[in-house]
Structure formats: C-alpha cells, structure tokens
Ligand binder design. Structure first.
Ligand SMILES: [Zn+2]
Length: 256
C-alpha cells in the first residue's frame, strides 16, 4: 500500500481472516516498522473503523519472527502454500481456530527442521532429541507438505474416509491398493474401483492412519519407501487442488 504502508492479511483464531492496514510498516518511525513481516505471529491490536468497515493495526506484542523463511526457497514456498490454501478457502469456511493452531504448529515444525539449534536455544519447542535439518535430509520437506495437506483437510471436514469403501462399505484394510474416486474424493476398494487411476498403496494408507493420530513433529519421523512417498505426494496435491477448486500459484512454480 504505497511506499511506506502495508496492507496485510491476518489470520486470527477468534475472527478469522482480516485485512488490516499497517501504517508506516515499510519504513519510518512507526512502531510497526520491522514488525509487520510475513508469517510473524503475536498479539495484534486492531482499530476497527465502523464507517468504512476497515481495520488498522495499532500495536503488536509477543511477536515471533521466522527468520528461517528468508534462507530457504522451499520453506518460503511451503509457508506461502499454507497461506494460500487458507486464504483461498476463506479459512476453511470458518475453521479459524483449528487452522490457526495447525498453521502455528506447521511453522514451528518447519522452523525446527530448517534450524533446529536456533529453535531449541529459544526454548519454543522442547523436543526429545535433535531432528535432522532439511539441509542434512532433503526428504523431510515432502513429508511436511503431505502431512499439512491431510491435516488441513481434516480441520475443514474434507478428510476422506481411510477405513471403509465409500461404495460397498467393505473395510479398506486388505492386501492391495485402494482407489480415489475423482468426483466425490472418497476411497473405494478394488472391487468398486472407479475409472479413476489415482491409487493409494496399503502402506501409504497405514502411514496416514498412524501419522494423522500423532503430533505433527512426531509424524515427521515416520518414513515411506520412495515410490510410496512420490505417489502419496501426487495424490495429496491432487486432493488439495480439487478441494480448493482454484489453481494454486504456490504449486505452479515447481518448487513444492
Ligand atoms: Zn467397495
């Protein structure tokens, strides 16, 4: 918004997505200068102007900065992807609190992966043992992408049933793949297998069943064989694209 001010989108656990003006945020002597940056979280104090129904930020405290996002393009894209799916679905149609908690958790886990020492020093996350950084272990980021897609679907009520065939009611816990129906975004057993070719291996189904029941950080240490990881990644991206129902800019750069 001009050269000095910023117009920002905030996600609040209480009131959802809010557009707010941050006067003087880009430079100058404003209190907000240097505070209003992408993916900063904290207490934002807003003034609501009832005449034109606009908000402005008057103060910020308890801010948490996420410096690691400047250092790694994958991390930047991943965080931008989370912001994009929240904004494009109007915060999941009203699930502000659940999405806020998920986004904070995801950013904290990403921070720990990118820079475990810094996070541990600040004492924001006390995890048992040190996790490998993304630089040491490049297979970590796809897991975070997959995990956050499925957790997002869960929060907004679009998580496909992983237990029961949506057509015949048979248990999906059998030896062999299960199949996604493209229109309803439900899984079918091999007998009801639709023309859709998207399939989920039994290993990937069990991976999802287990990891979605534990904390995000703990889920990151569970691994799939490379072929199962690659196909689960494709299926997850297909699912989120169908649910959001708009082209996602952050998925088009070939980074994620
Ligand atoms: Zn069936």
């Amino acid at each position: 918004m001009g050269e000095i001010h910023r117009n920002v989108t905030l996600l609040s656990p209480e009131i959802g997505l809010v557009q707010a003006a941050a006067f003087g945020a880009r430079k100058g002597k404003s209190r907000l200068s240097g505070w209003v940056e992408p993916f900063v979280s904290g207490n934002f104090y807003l003034y609501h102007n009832p005449v034109n129904n606009s908000y402005k930020i008057t103060d910020i405290d308890s801010a948490v900065f996420r410096e690691y996002l400047r250092e790694d393009m994958y991390a930047q894209y991943l965080a931008a992807f989370w912001a994009e799916i929240i904004i494009q679905t109007y915060s999941g149609g009203g699930e502000y609190k659940g999405l806020y908690v998920l986004l904070e958790e995801a950013l904290n886990v990403l921070g720990e992966i990118m820079d475990p020492e810094a996070v541990l020093k600040k004492g924001e996350l006390k995890m048992p043992g040190r996790r490998p950084s993304a630089y040491e272990n490049r297979d970590v980021p796809p897991y975070l992408l997959i995990q956050t897609i499925w957790r997002f679907l869960d929060v907004i009520g679009y998580l496909p049933d992983l237990d029961i065939c949506s057509s015949c009611g048979r248990s999906l816990d059998y030896p062999g793949s299960i199949f996604l129906e493209n229109d309803s975004l439900n899984f079918n057993c091999v007998n009801c297998c639709p023309r859709s070719t998207m399939e989920l291996s039994q290993g990937a189904r069990k991976y999802l069943k287990h990891t979605l029941s534990v904390l995000l950080m703990d889920a990151m240490s569970v691994k799939l064989v490379p072929a199962a990881l690659a196909s689960l990644r494709s299926l997850s991206i297909f699912l989120i694209t169908q649910v959001v129902d708009k082209p996602l800019k952050t998925l088009q750069g070939g980074i994620l």
